[in-house]
Ligand binder design. Structure first.
Ligand SMILES: [Zn+2]
Length: 741
């Protein structure tokens, strides 16, 4: 046995040894235990296929592998199913940045070419995440690996869409969505960040229609869509303003008459207590407009520019238009005052931080709380019945809050990297209601309604160069993967599903497609382990769709780990320069040290600070395990007779194994790791080895106790414990051994 343990010399060899023995595969006879057939399964949260892992990934690998190895040792029918995600917007965003560097943009490619380019780009690095997960020692079953864009997974995802559409749980509607004009796509309410900003509040004068010299004053942070104002509104009980209801004013920019209406949504305390209604560009106003059936005028395009209705301001970007419009209104004496210290909550894009533009778009939505079929209510019932329990420092309350307040989920994304929505629009008869952008045969970018474009181009040309299609809510459509074969002509929807729509089905679709019989054998899964930051994005949605598809919540337990912070408790970020690359640390200190440093004393739902000194401390533990083993290996192999303290040591070891089993079964993983660490270090190494030197315990006893400790440490530190196990007994594997009892 070598005097020193060098992780790099052992880790990949040991990983191969496990794989060759089929230790990760629950079907392999070698790993199948005789006693229990109780299933234990975890579906890995799929990382972005072509992105290197960050420290948060290392955290989930460490925790999930700990649980997986523990349950395998208990004799459970254990599956940890790995996979990767296509990460729709994330990947397309990175790819577009790459294009930008080459002086290109997405507008230069038709839809299918752009998709192909991104596919190739993803393929180039598609093993990145997988290789790194292996380096961390993950004992997941690679023979069942799934990618979100695998053909069978895509098929299942589309089937769900069809089924929900048939059940009336997916509908198409023209509604205000959160649109990012930079990313060129809409987002769900969960992807929008709320940021407090100091902005200007403009007090604008709206002249009265009957006596233009008089005016009423309206406060707004957004004067640029005034063109699209339809009405003003006051609270019907507002003493100061209610007499205005029914009166008319002139739109200060268009001169059009506007009526003042009463509605309880108006906050009499805001500004002057009189607000303007711009239904097409404000979420509250849209809701009021629906209630009063007010018209919608569109003043801002998807590119974030003013439309033709803005006259001389048409084509200007929002901010530039705002400045000019305010200046012009000031010149006309229509600005009462400007409060430049107004604190405003604005919505920004989580991806690029640009201000989100609420825009009316016709999209597909999931009805999350439909009477009689409420997805959110069923998820709440699953929580009530403890069908799913949450480990995460009170985060069940947050989940319940989301489930109680969730709005319908917009699942259409205007990007190409993803699963194209299986919908076909009937174009004949709807030529005026369909807007198209495409590259003509000469490669020129052309937009317009289909009827305009068909004057100069054939349908085949348009189809070949198609970038985007946007059909009004009136256009008839058909759901399915292939174009309907009837007398009509069709064009396919160009939008893709929100990434979370497919990942919400991940536990069901992976088990349905990985191997025949897996779904029956492993669903519902045992533990969903992931970061608390994606509780509403992912965990909640997996519950919604899992219950919808199978009638059962997809997991019995949710284990939410905290964020990994630096050693000073600060959030890691590139700009702060405090990011710890887990793979660099693996090279330096070994995978075991990194895993143990992350897991030890961690608590679900609570952030965890780690730094280099923690990795060093756990590297020291790795060495301690090796040295203890070496001490024992170097003892005389002659069977030594039992000594006075043997029985005491054996009893204590047994009790410890039992205690740790309980801790791990109740998911107190951080405490279990800490207990194992201190018992090994302070009791086994400091006391037992010393007692052996003093001839109070026998070599046989010491050796057996070490073997137990290698097993107790194995779930957290699989490499060094396996390497030591091999030194003691190369005929078996620690990974396949049974939990000591
Ligand atoms: Zn954006």
């Amino acid at each position: 046995m070598q005097p020193r343990y060098v992780p790099g010399e052992h880790e990949s060899k040991i990983y191969d040894l496990w794989q060759k023995a089929g230790a990760f595969n629950p079907d392999s006879k070698k790993s199948k235990k005789d006693v229990s057939t109780k299933p234990f399964s975890i579906i890995m949260p799929p990382p972005n296929a072509n992105d290197p892992l960050h420290i948060g990934h290392a955290m989930f690998v460490a925790l999930e592998d700990t649980l997986t190895r523990f349950h395998r040792m208990l004799g459970d029918d254990t599956l940890w199913l790995p996979g990767t995600d296509h990460a729709g917007i994330e990947t397309q965003y990175v790819f577009e940045k790459k294009l930008q560097k080459q002086g290109k943009s997405r507008f230069q490619y038709d839809r299918s070419t752009l998709y192909k380019l991104i596919w190739e780009y993803v393929q180039e690095n598609s093993d990145t995440a997988v290789d790194q997960i292996k380096k961390l020692g993950a004992s997941c079953d690679w023979s069942r690996f799934k990618f979100m864009l695998d053909e069978d997974v895509v098929k299942l995802t589309k089937n769900t869409f069809e089924k929900m559409h048939k059940d009336g749980l997916i509908y198409r509607d023209n509604r205000l969505v959160n649109y990012c004009t930079k990313c060129g796509t809409s987002y769900s309410e969960l992807e929008v960040q709320s940021v407090e900003q100091t902005t200007s509040l403009y007090y604008i004068r709206y002249p009265l229609l009957d006596s233009p010299r008089e005016h009423i004053v309206v406060a707004t942070t957004r004067p640029e869509p005034i063109f699209a104002d339809t009405h003003l509104a006051v609270h019907p009980k507002d003493k100061k303003n209610k007499h205005l209801i029914g009166k008319q004013v002139k739109n200060p920019l268009t001169g059009e008459p506007m009526t003042i209406i009463g509605d309880e949504f108006v906050n009499p305390e805001f500004g002057t207590g009189i607000v303007k209604l711009t239904p097409a560009h404000d979420t509250n106003d849209f809701a009021v407009a629906q209630k009063h059936t007010l018209p919608m005028h569109i003043a801002i395009t998807k590119e974030g520019k003013l439309t033709a209705m803005a006259g001389k301001y048409a084509g200007l970007k929002v901010i530039a238009a705002r400045e000019q419009i305010v200046a012009d209104l000031q010149a006309r004496g229509l600005v009462e005052k400007i409060d430049t210290t107004y604190k405003n909550i604005i919505k920004t894009c989580y991806k690029c931080s640009r201000v989100i533009e609420p825009l009316p778009l016709t999209q597909f939505f999931i009805a999350v709380n439909k009477t009689g079929k409420s997805l959110t209510k069923k998820a709440l019932v699953a929580l009530d019945k403890k069908e799913t329990i949450i480990h995460g420092a009170g985060r069940e309350k947050i989940l319940r809050h989301w489930l109680t307040n969730l709005n319908d989920w917009n699942i259409s994304r205007q990007i190409v990297w993803g699963i194209q929505i299986p919908v076909w629009y009937q174009i004949d008869g709807s030529e005026d209601a369909i807007a198209i952008s495409f590259l003509d045969p000469a490669g020129e970018y052309i937009t317009g309604t289909l009827s305009e474009l068909l004057k100069k181009h054939t349908l085949a040309e348009i189809t070949a160069g198609l970038q985007t299609l946007s059909a009004d809510a009136t256009v008839p459509y058909s759901v399915g993967d292939k174009s309907p074969q009837d007398k009509h002509q069709y064009l396919r929807e160009t939008d893709t599903f929100d990434t979370w729509f497919s990942s919400a089905q991940w536990p069901v679709n992976t088990l349905e497609s990985a191997k025949k019989g897996d779904f029956e054998r492993f669903y519902p899964t045992t533990v969903m382990e992931t970061g608390y930051d994606i509780l509403p994005f992912w965990v909640m949605r997996m519950m919604l769709l899992g219950i919808y598809l199978t009638g059962k919540s997809p997991f019995s337990e949710v284990y939410l780990h905290g964020l990994v912070r630096d050693q000073h408790g600060k959030k890691m970020s590139k700009s702060k320069g405090n990011v710890v690359n887990p793979l660099d640390m693996v090279d330096k200190y070994g995978a075991d040290a990194i895993r143990m440093a992350l897991v030890i004393r961690s608590t679900p739902g609570i952030d965890k600070s780690v730094g280099e000194r923690d990795f060093i401390a756990m590297r020291n533990l790795t060495n301690k395990i090796w040295n203890a083993t070496r001490y024992i290996v170097l003892q005389e192999i002659n069977e030594s007779p039992a000594l006075a303290e043997d029985a005491i040591v054996a009893k204590k070891t047994k009790q410890l194994a039992k205690k740790l089993k309980k801790l791990l079964q109740s998911r107190k993983i951080g405490v279990a790791a800490d207990t194992t660490y201190s018992e090994f270090w302070h009791w086994f190494c400091d006391t037992c080895i010393e007692s052996h030197k003093a001839s109070d315990i026998s070599t046989t006893c010491l050796r057996q106790t070490l073997q137990v400790f290698l097993q107790l440490l194995h779930p957290y530190m699989p490499f060094v414990t396996e390497a030591c196990w091999q030194e003691l007994d190369s005929s078996t594997l620690a990974i396949n051994s049974s939990w000591p009892s």
